[in-house]
Design a protein around this ligand. Structure first.
Ligand code: PEP
Ligand code: MN
Length: 364
């Protein structure tokens, strides 16, 4: 992949200058469900009909997709409504069958992107094919692995490439099904400015009532499109029931979305932004100045500990700092979790510096 190469011509052809909307059920279930959803997606101004045909389920025993018969339904629903069609492929047979059924867009799922052997087999099956391929982020937050999968597909000769940001899994309890970690897709876009990135608020949120907010954030961050799971009767869906919206809700989401205007040329706005950014720059200097002062104090403390032969890590003091800074964060109405993370980093750095001081003193 290169910074200069243009990857985005295909998306502009489909949706023009507004975000691309890919919508449809998590899984194709019946011919009627696929067609009815397609009609709803078309009415809601979607561009592409999605449906999973082979479903990668975390544990066995759940519905694993209807298989190749669903490709017929998808193809027919696309023809009937004029929507393009998209499905997930996880191995060369899937690629072959999807291409035989003229599916317009193939995507590689998050659980496949993690495996370079699997991605390479898909890439080999795509040699010489002119189709659109989207690569979902791997389940773990690893930008290099995501880029590696995109590169394997590009090396096979695919020019119409794109990425899908579906969030990252985590063992911790959180409000998301998959944590967005927005910095990762932003870093991808910074590296490859023309690579279209589509946000999947459904798999990030895991809950249909959260889909709008995540979609809106993505659009504010200049993502190129959205993939929203849509089902005619979400509570009865055979997979991912909790996160799917109805076609009517999809319509409402698209209507409510605020697409930021490109006002980079408005001189008044540029001036206000510049003033605020100058102030932020100054605050950043102050922050670093204070961190340097804090570091100097850390070194003084380390020298004293060395003299008195007491251990570097002092549990009580650390708990005291955590407690005080949490209270202060609350007073200042700053997210306590954010402050907690910053102090963990500071403490880690402080321990490192104190060890260095000890080493230097030992050599004196
Ligand atoms: C899907 O899109 O239905 C899917 C299985 O997604 P992911 O690969 O992001 O888990
Ligand atoms: Mn799904």
């Amino acid at each position: 992949m290169t910074r200069e190469r243009k990857y985005d011509h295909w998306i502009k052809e489909i949706s023009g200058n507004i975000p691309l909307v890919i919508a449809g059920p998590c899984s194709a279930e019946t011919e009627e469900q696929v067609l009815k959803t397609a009609i709803g997606v078309k009415k809601a101004r979607g561009n592409v009909l999605r449906a999973g045909i082979w479903k990668p389920r975390t544990r066995p025993g759940n519905f694993e997709g209807v298989g190749a018969i669903g490709l017929e339904w998808l193809k027919n629903a696309g023809k009937e409504t004029g929507l393009l069609t998209a499905t997930e492929v996880a191995n060369p047979t899937h690629v072959e069958l999807a291409l035989q059924h003229d599916i317009d867009i193939l995507w590689i799922g998050a659980r496949t992107t993690v495996n370079p052997f699997a991605v390479q087999e898909i890439a080999d099956a795509l040699q010489g094919v002119d189709t659109i391929v989207l690569v979902k982020n791997p389940v773990n937050p690893d930008l290099a692995l995501w880029i590696g999968a995109l590169e394997r597909i590009e090396k096979a000769g695919i020019q119409k490439l794109g990425a899908i940001h579906r969030g990252f899994s985590s063992y911790k309890k959180m409000k998301y099904r998959n944590e967005p970690l927005w910095q990762i897709p932003i870093d991808l876009k910074t590296k490859y400015p023309s690579l279209p990135i589509i946000n999947d608020p459904s798999h990030i949120s895991g809950k249909n009532e959260m889909v709008f907010d995540i979609a809106q954030t993505a659009i504010q961050l200049k993502f190129d499109g959205l993939m929203i799971e849509t089902h005619i009767n979400p509570p009865k869906a055979w997979s991912d029931a909790r996160q799917q919206v109805t076609p009517e809700q999809l319509d409402e989401i698209i209507t409510r979305l605020e697409i930021p205007k490109d006002r980079a040329f408005d001189p008044a706005l540029l001036k206000s932004l510049k003033l605020l950014r100058d102030e932020i720059d100054e605050l950043d200097r102050d922050l670093i100045e204070i961190l340097a002062q804090r570091e100097a104090k850390t070194k003084e403390i380390a020298a004293l500990k060395f003299l008195e032969n007491i251990s570097i890590y002092q549990k009580e003091r650390w708990l005291d700092i955590l407690n005080k800074t949490q209270n202060f964060a609350q007073e200042k109405q700053i997210d306590k979790n954010f402050i907690n993370q910053i102090y963990r980093l500071l403490h880690q750095e402080s321990l490192k510096i104190q060890h260095q001081v000890f080493k230097e003193k030992e050599q004196e």
